[in-house]
Design a binder for this molecule. Structure first.
Ligand SMILES: Cc1ncc(C[n+]2csc(CCOP(=O)(O)OP(=O)(O)O)c2C)c(N)n1
Length: 360
């Protein structure tokens, strides 16, 4: 099957969608985005080990289905707060892998042009809001954006990812409460990957966060976070709900952090049996099996992604370091820049699914 089926027009014919909403092209596109995420992150880890990535390196190995499945359900005009395990969302929005690798290496061609290292970035021309380090402040940012959409009577939603560790902070409760009181079009995607750095769930909370959704008067939906299609369906339903003014949804995607917190963490605190159990539920293997049944040549897809990341790596390595004389450029918004306009007239290389529903 041709990869173009994952392009912007693939989902624009509502008749092409089955009861599960996704076309075969979408399903292959989900796999391709997950492969791309894993491949870019594996390459970045190699670059880190070669001393080319300053600081540490954070990845989402094993969690690819969450960011890819969620981002796939959004329209071009929606906004996302993307965190440190969610590279797939940047890729679904069409951020070129070379710019991401350049970002990790602090190059001038990276998203922040060398102003910030690794995961604190977002290409706002593609609706991606760069994260700040303090967790989970982005829940409040997403809530604020949703408030703006509501006040302007716009048919748009905001989505934010956050981790299980974030649920112990006050911002989590403030965001859920305000979003619910105001019936805001915001989707909260909790990425429950079993650990917050070295803290296991049992030491994090007594009541599962999904039960707290009830306390704030919004639906709480738990999904298999290693199943991109299940994540997609949950976010799609939450988006439909948000657009009719019914308010926010809390989605808990249950998954596993298969690597350490960052490259410097050997995660000795994780029992090997737990890792083995989750390795058997790898989200990419699962989607690959499905897509192969649809008749897609998965090996060719893997090869295409590998070649793309090879080329992106060379492109990123050729990027110069930023000129120190420009360090202050872009520190403040310049009104002369005008309003942010979506790249490519608002198109991005995802399914276009949300537009197909007429809600985008
Ligand atoms: C308020 C705050 N405290 C501590 C940190 C340092 N820190 C960064 S990531 C992290 C773990 C977060 O765990 P979780 O929210 O479960 O997300 P995960 O890393 O597992 O995806 C910590 C403690 C931070 N960034 N912000």
């Amino acid at each position: 099957m041709a990869l173009e089926t994952a392009g912007p027009l693939a989902g624009t014919d509502p008749a092409a969608h089955g009861p599960g909403h996704l076309t075969p092209g979408d399903r292959a596109g989900l796999l391709r985005s997950m492969l791309l995420m894993r491949s870019v992150e594996e390459r970045a880890m190699n670059l880190y080990r070669q001393g080319k990535v300053p600081g540490s390196f954070y990845d989402g190995f094993g969690q690819e289905a969450v960011s890819v499945g969620a981002a796939w359900a959004l329209a071009a005009t929606d906004r996302l707060c993307i965190l440190h395990r969610d590279l797939g969302a940047h890729l679904v929005r069409g951020v070129p892998p070379a710019r991401i690798l350049g970002q990790y290496m602090g190059r001038d061609g990276g998203i922040t042009r060398g102003r910030d290292g690794n995961v604190h970035f977002g290409d706002h021309t593609r609706g991606c809001v760069g994260m700040v380090s303090m967790l989970p402040d982005m829940m409040l940012v997403a809530t604020g954006m949703a408030m703006g959409f509501k006040l302007r009577h716009q048919d748009r939603v905001a989505l934010t990812f956050f981790g299980d560790g974030s649920t112990s902070r006050g911002d989590f409760h403030e965001a859920l409460n305000w979003a619910s009181v105001q019936r805001l079009p915001v989707i909260f995607v909790l990425e429950n990957n079993q650990y917050a750095y070295s803290t296991p769930l049992a030491a994090q909370f007594v009541v599962d966060p999904i039960a707290r959704a009830d306390a704030y008067g919004m639906p709480g939906v738990r999904v298999d976070g290693n199943d991109a299609e299940e994540v997609f369906e949950a976010v799609h339903a939450a988006r439909e709900r948000a657009l009719v003014g019914a308010g926010p949804t809390l989605i808990e995607a249950v998954t596993m952090r298969m690597h350490g917190h960052a490259a410097h963490d050997d995660m000795k605190y994780v029992p090997p049996a737990q890792l083995e159990e989750w390795r058997a539920k790898d989200p990419i293997d699962r989607q690959a099996a499905r897509v192969a049944r649809d008749g897609v040549d998965v090996d060719a897809l893997r090869e295409e992604v590998r070649a793309l990341v090879d080329a992106a790596t060379q492109e990123a390595l050729a990027m110069p370091m930023p000129d120190p004389a420009t360090a202050h450029h872009g520190a403040f918004h310049d009104p002369a820049d005008g309003e942010v306009v979506l790249a490519d007239g608002g198109e991005a290389p995802w399914s276009g699914f949300a537009a197909a529903g007429g809600a985008g």
